[in-house]
Design a protein around this ligand. Structure first.
Ligand code: AMP
Length: 279
């Protein structure tokens, strides 16, 4: 496993590889957990060369957000990755990715302004920009991303389509704790009491899925039931929406491919999760 901190070294190591080998890429912000590692395993099984990046991208955090507190543990992350079949780890710093005078941005209009984008203005601009930069450095055939960040996948798939890029995103299932909480680097912010209450997200989603299976398709009823479950655990709702899984447009009634998407504060920690309501 080679570890590179610079764009030049990474490019040099990968020079010509894209022609000979199928490069698989897993972009991350580190503080790796089993969710990330599931992507790395999938990448290894479907690619000839596995590249992982670890970079906490400052431009996707708002001014009031947790950039300075975001968990960072590069040594531990690298040790973890040594147990997997990773060929290259790219760990740039801010000077590499955003040198002085940097001023070019990627904006996927519309899709970036709803759901998480409505509460986190500029977030998806930062995500699209860094992922496009990383894609240009790594040149992957496949990019492995988790469906926990479902909107992120939809935004990036649109960017790939609109900019005629040749990378394909492989959507990977959400890895959960035994009690159903979606694994997330931000779960480490939760106190023991909050950690317990955080199970209300999956309870609300599973309840909606069960109601749909029983024939309840009215979005407003499903959403209000989900709200009740979140409020019982003292969660503060940012949004709960039922959307089309491809366009992310809100739906008054559940149909094939619909998803329930939610963002909830447990204490000061904002958690997201989502579920497909009808295949
Ligand atoms: P992050 O480090 O939070 O930027 O996440 C890096 C990648 O890991 C993204 O594609 C996430 O969707 C994915 N990921 C994060 N948590 C999970 C999870 N619990 N299950 C599956 N993928 C995840």
């Amino acid at each position: 496993m080679q570890i590179y901190k610079t764009i030049a070294e990474t490019r040099e190591a990968l020079a010509g590889e894209a022609l000979k080998n199928k490069i698989g890429f897993v972009p991350t912000m580190g503080a790796l957990h089993k969710g990330h590692l599931s992507l790395v395993e999938r990448c290894h099984s479907e690619s000839d060369l596995t590249v992982v990046s670890i970079y906490v991208n400052p431009t996707q955090f708002g001014p009031q957000e947790d950039l300075n507190h975001y968990p960072r543990n590069l040594e531990k992350d690298i040790d973890l990755l040594r147990n997997y079949h990773v060929d290259i780890v790219f760990t740039p710093d801010d000077v590499q990715m955003y040198p002085e005078g940097y001023c070019t941005w990627v904006q996927v209009e519309g899709l970036s302004d709803i759901l998480c984008g409505a509460s986190r203005p500029g977030h998806f601009r930062g995500v699209a920009t860094i992922v496009l930069k990383l894609m240009h450095i790594v040149n992957p055939k496949l990019m492995f991303m988790g469906m926990k960040d479902y909107q992120q996948i939809i935004v990036l798939e649109k960017m790939i389509e609109d900019l005629n890029l040749e990378t394909k995103i492989v959507r990977c299932p959400i890895v959960r704790e035994p009690d159903g909480l979606a694994m997330s680097s931000r779960n480490s912010y939760l106190t023991p009491d909050e950690r317990q209450r955080a199970t209300c997200l999956i309870k609300a989603l599973k309840n909606a899925q069960k109601m749909v299976n029983e024939g309840h398709l009215d979005s407003s009823i499903l959403i209000s039931e989900a709200e009740n479950i979140i409020k019982q655990s003292d969660g503060r709702i940012d949004y709960i929406k039922i959307v089309d899984g491809s366009t992310l447009q809100e739906l008054p009634e559940v149909r094939s491919g619909s998803r329930m998407m939610l963002a909830v504060y447990i204490g000061n920690t904002r958690l997201i999760d989502n579920i497909e309501l009808l295949p």
